[in-house]
Design a protein around this ligand. Structure first.
Ligand SMILES: [Zn+2]
Length: 267
């Protein structure tokens, strides 16, 4: 005889959430397309392509690259793309010598500098697009400041300031029942052909997986460029209902998962 206990009821609810219809339109997987740095080719090449296919993506902006294209970024926000924050100074490891020379290596920085840097970007983005960003992408996907025993994580700062943070160059999709929204994992989509992107997605898939792809320039295939032909083929593949994807911005998927998994321990 089987007793119905609160635990078995909870397990039952969890099992039903894990079944096929987790995402809207009975999709089994979620996927988000994202682009970093506000590179000019994103507004010139990427956004027209996305708009043509009625696809909404997430853009992590930094003031330096937005200069001269502010109007186009405002239009991108109006068209429904997610506008988010990517700092002002783009601090990454100072092993990038050009950053180190400008005193912008994460090893030589601190949390108060980062806080101000992020605030400046937030203000600039708001002034020029009207958007008060609720998402953030860590430049270079790196989440630390300092060295050795003095290293500090800036993930808590992002968790306090934004609804979510996205990393980069990761090796896994996000499990809606486990992931940390302050460190949403993302694969790089730069420099890949469509068949390489498809293989990456197929390999990353698991039940209810949320796959986030991140790129930089959009144009001809290159180390920091999403190939526009590959992007077009990727969109067609994702939009094919037989592939069972829900395509939405990082913010939309994150909020959806938060609502859907409310009350469940993430473990
Ligand atoms: Zn970046």
């Amino acid at each position: 005889m089987q007793f119905i206990t609160p635990i078995s009821l909870a397990l039952c609810a969890l099992t039903s959430l894990s079944s096929h219809a987790f995402y809207p339109n009975t999709a089994k997987y979620a996927i988000s397309l994202s682009f970093d740095d506000a590179r000019k080719s994103q507004v010139d090449v990427g956004i027209p392509l996305l708009n043509k296919h009625d696809v909404k993506a997430t853009f992590y902006l930094m003031p330096y690259h937005m200069q001269g294209k502010e109007q186009q970024w405002k239009l991108a926000a109006k068209a429904g793309h997610e506008i988010a924050n990517h700092t002002s100074s783009h601090l990454c490891t100072g092993n990038f010598r050009w950053l180190r020379k400008q005193d912008k290596g994460l090893e030589q920085s601190n949390l108060s500098f980062l806080k101000e840097d992020i605030k400046h970007a937030q203000q600039y983005i708001k002034t020029h697009t009207g958007v008060d960003a609720n998402g953030f992408a860590y430049p270079c996907g790196q989440t630390f400041v300092g060295r050795g025993t003095e290293v500090k994580s800036y993930v808590p700062l992002i968790a306090e300031t934004f609804s979510y943070g996205r990393t980069w160059n990761d090796e896994t999709a996000n499990d809606p029942f486990y992931y940390d929204q302050a460190q949403i994992r993302a694969f790089s989509m730069d420099g890949k052909t469509f068949s390489e992107l498809k293989a990456l997605i197929e390999q990353a898939k698991f039940d209810n997986a949320w796959i986030v792809l991140a790129g930089h320039e959009v144009g001809e295939k290159g180390p920091y460029t999403v190939d526009r032909i590959a992007l077009q083929q990727l969109i067609e593949y994702i939009k094919d209902p037989s592939n069972e994807f829900w395509l939405a911005t990082v913010s939309d998927v994150n909020e959806y998962i938060n609502r859907k998994t409310k009350g469940h321990d993430k473990k």
